[in-house]
Design a protein around this ligand. Structure first.
Ligand SMILES: Cc1ncc(C[n+]2csc(CCOP(=O)(O)OP(=O)(O)O)c2C)c(N)n1
Length: 369
């Protein structure tokens, strides 16, 4: 176990005072400390590649190392700017990557994390990034040496942290802004959705709590209409998967997106409007947070999704703010044959206990049958 305070002190001693990244459950105690204590600069990024970009910009502006944090699944998004811009043989931009190591060997985790977890150290080796593993306070000495090396040699270094290692000395919790409009329940919405759809509908649901809740509602209530494809990984790509299906199939394809996920690869909304297949129904469950990994704010409450979707080429926009509006609006939305977005303002339910999809190959077979 390592206290976040001690971890941050090691970084501070090395003049690292700027943080950017995409939240991760392994690093949620760090996120909460950055937000609550507010004594370092911190900017959440929409995806890990963008976080690397922000980090590069920070170095160019200050000559100081940024700390770019992410879950190891986001390393894929980060690789392009790492290897094509920041690499020692390109612009030689130093930074510290702080990587939440899901699926580390000997841990128990979901299949997608076990696959990425196994190759994470090899990926770093391939990228020529020196790294250390921090599991106990003494390991911070290794981290200190590594950061000094990054500063001196102007190269990227990384620190791998496994689940349940980072703890706060004092119990801290994120202050979530209560916004009245965000009051619909995801569970009630998904329940209604599964009742109102036609039998042959295909649902693509986004990473994290949305997929897990959809599976729970379907199983508990024995709702048999439609088939689900849970995007357990590939965060931000549910809409693209739905687009790929809608091009080839005439039946209704429903994408159930999250605000953090949609923002991660927002450009896919534009592709959707270019394709304009009326059978693709795009639903955004907006809870203004990365609920699945600790409830860090996405800032999506500030976005006018009606204006955004229309300017990207969507024909219609619907919204739901309360449970009692769900049935009426959902019926209208599902009947509409044009490219439309339904935004459901949902409450964030941090720490909700939900089951996890397990037999993914079986889920796929059942889905494409
Ligand atoms: C590329 C990538 N980065 C980060 C994560 C970790 N992660 C899983 S779910 C999630 C939050 C998704 O937010 P949102 O789409 O708003 O859904 P919510 O959690 O609020 O239900 C994050 C950051 C991931 N799985 N993949």
């Amino acid at each position: 176990m390592v206290f976040v305070e001690n971890f941050l002190a090691t970084l501070k001693r090395n003049k690292i005072n700027f943080f950017t990244g995409v939240p991760d459950s392994v690093l949620k105690n760090l996120s909460v400390s950055l937000e609550v204590n507010n004594n370092s600069e911190h900017q959440i990024a929409v995806n890990e590649g963008s976080a690397i970009g922000i980090g590069i910009g920070h170095y160019l502006a200050t000559k100081k190392l940024p700390c770019v944090y992410m879950q190891n699944s986001g390393l894929g998004n980060a690789i392009n700017p790492i290897i094509s811009i920041a690499d020692k043989k390109i612009y030689s931009i130093p930074m510290l990557l702080l990587i939440g190591w899901r699926g580390a060997p000997n841990s128990k985790d979901e299949p997608q994390h076990m696959v990425k977890g196994k190759i994470t150290p090899n990926l770093l080796k391939l990228l020529n990034i020196d790294f250390c593993k921090v599991k106990k306070t003494e390991d911070l000495k290794k981290l200190d040496i590594l950061i000094k090396k990054a500063t001196k040699e102007k190269k990227i270094v990384a620190c791998l942290i496994e689940n349940k290692i980072l703890k706060n000395k004092k119990k801290l919790s994120l202050k979530q802004k209560k916004i009245k409009k965000f009051s619909a329940s995801r569970e009630i919405f998904l329940n209604k959705l599964l009742k109102l759809i036609k039998k042959d509908v295909k649902i693509i649901s986004t990473t994290g709590h949305t997929s897990r809740e959809l599976m729970k509602v379907r199983e508990e209530k024995k709702l048999k209409k439609g088939k689900d494809f849970y995007m357990v990984g590939g965060m931000g790509h549910s809409l693209s998967v739905a687009i790929g299906m809608s091009i080839k199939l005439k039946k209704q394809i429903i994408c159930v997106d999250g605000d953090g996920s949609l923002l991660m690869h927002l450009g896919s909304m534009f592709t959707n409007s270019l394709i304009k297949k009326g059978n693709l129904k795009h639903i955004l469950l907006n809870n203004n947070s990365h609920e699945s990994v600790g409830g860090q704010e996405t800032g999506a409450s500030k976005i006018n999704f009606e204006l955004l979707s229309r300017s990207l080429g969507y024909d219609n926009y619907y919204s739901i703010t309360k449970n009692k509006e769900i049935e009426k609006v959902l019926k209208k939305f599902l009947k509409n044959k044009k490219t439309s977005l339904l935004e459901v303002y949902t409450k964030s339910e941090i720490g909700k206990k939900l089951p996890r999809p397990k037999n993914l190959i079986k889920i796929k077979h059942n889905f494409i049958k």
